[in-house]
Every structure is written in C-alpha cells, then in structure tokens.
Design a binder for this molecule. Structure first.
Ligand SMILES: Cc1cc2nc3c(=O)[nH]c(=O)nc-3n(C[C@H](O)[C@H](O)[C@H](O)COP(=O)(O)O)c2cc1C
Length: 168
C-alpha cells in the first residue's frame, strides 16, 4: 500500500488528537500528518490515499482551518484519489447540525473527483439532523468526544479495519 496523507483541522485539539491516534494505530504504514492549511494545490500529487478529519463549529459550519481553506480546496483535482473522512461534533448540544462540516467536506471531495470510502452506520447516536448522513449512513466515521469519548477507540479501530483494504 502506498503512503497515506492524514489531513485535519482542529480548534480545541480534539480532531488533532484523533488524527495522531490514527497515525499511531497505523504505525505499520507510512502515514504523514498535516494541518489542512499546509496542503497546497501540489501537495495532493504525492498521495493516492487521503484521510480528512474535520470538526463542526458555529451551527453546522466548517472548523476555522477548513473554513479558510475551503476556496482553495474547491479547486483541487482529486480524481483518482481514494479518500476517507472522519468528523467530530457534539450530537447533544448541536443535535440539528451534528457533523454537518463532514457533509460539506464530502460534497467538495466528491465534486473534485475522489472515490470516497469508509461510510459508517448511524447506530448508537442520538441527534435530529446531519448533512453528513446520506441514504441513512454517515459519509465517514462519526465521533463525539463531548458525549461519547469512551466509544472512540473502538470506533476508530473498527473503521480503520474497514477502510485499509480499500487503500491502494
Ligand atoms: C461554539 C461551538 C459550536 C459548535 N457547533 C457544532 C455544530 O454545529 N455541530 C456539531 O456537531 N458540533 C459542534 N460543536 C462541537 C465540536 O465540533 C466538538 O467539540 C469537536 O470535538 C471540536 O473539535 P476540535 O477541537 O478538533 O475543533 C461546537 C462546539 C462549540 C464550542
């Protein structure tokens, strides 16, 4: 398997913590960790496999690093890339917008030509609405460090086991 770019944005450190955890879990593979703002247009040519991590802020908005990156991101050709997404949010406080930013990143990634892997079942969560849900499943791994941090390790481990075989 070729190397993986693990690209995140994070305001209070939760998404960064999970990104580092994923890098540790994948210690047998070459996984390069970046804040999304470090990733220029040319960056992506080095990677066939990419994992994006995003948290949701405001009411359904992109986290700040992602927000200021969005215009550039919208112009990046991702055709031929295999992409997996993970999102962090708070399903209790923001029940109408749980993980919406993961839905927004998904839309851009699809528009820019990537194949997205790593859809995740919507069981064990309690919220009203999310744009990260498509046809009843999340477009990527759904995490909630505010309310369900005890479930995170098991979720991450299961999800990585599901996505790894699809990376090139
Ligand atoms: C002011 C504020 C607004 C938030 N808005 C949302 C939201 O709309 N949807 C959601 O799912 N989570 C929301 N959250 C929860 C964060 O996404 C969550 O705490 C996440 O773990 C933060 O990750 P980060 O530290 O990597 O940015 C919000 C949190 C705060 C403090």
């Amino acid at each position: 398997m070729s190397k993986i770019a693990l690209v995140y944005g994070s305001s209070t450190g939760n998404t960064e913590k999970i990104a580092r955890q994923i890098q540790n879990f994948l210690a047998d593979h070459e996984v390069d960790l970046y804040n999304v703002q470090e990733c220029g247009v040319d960056f992506y040519s080095d990677y066939d496999n990419i994992i994006f991590g995003v948290s949701t802020w405001g009411e359904g908005d992109l986290q700040d690093d992602w927000d200021s990156y969005e215009k550039k991101f919208a112009q990046i050709d991702l055709s031929g890339k295999t992409v997996a997404l993970f999102g962090l949010g708070d399903q209790e406080e923001y029940s109408d917008n749980y993980l919406d930013a993961m839905g927004s990143v998904y839309d851009i990634v699809i528009k820019n030509g990537a194949s997205v892997i790593g859809a995740w079942e919507n069981t064990g969560y309690d919220f009203d609405e999310s744009t990260a849900l498509r046809d009843g499943v999340f477009v990527g791994l759904a995490l909630d460090e505010d309310n369900q941090s005890k479930l995170t390790d098991a979720r991450v481990t299961q999800w990585l086991g599901e996505i790894l075989p699809s990376f090139k």
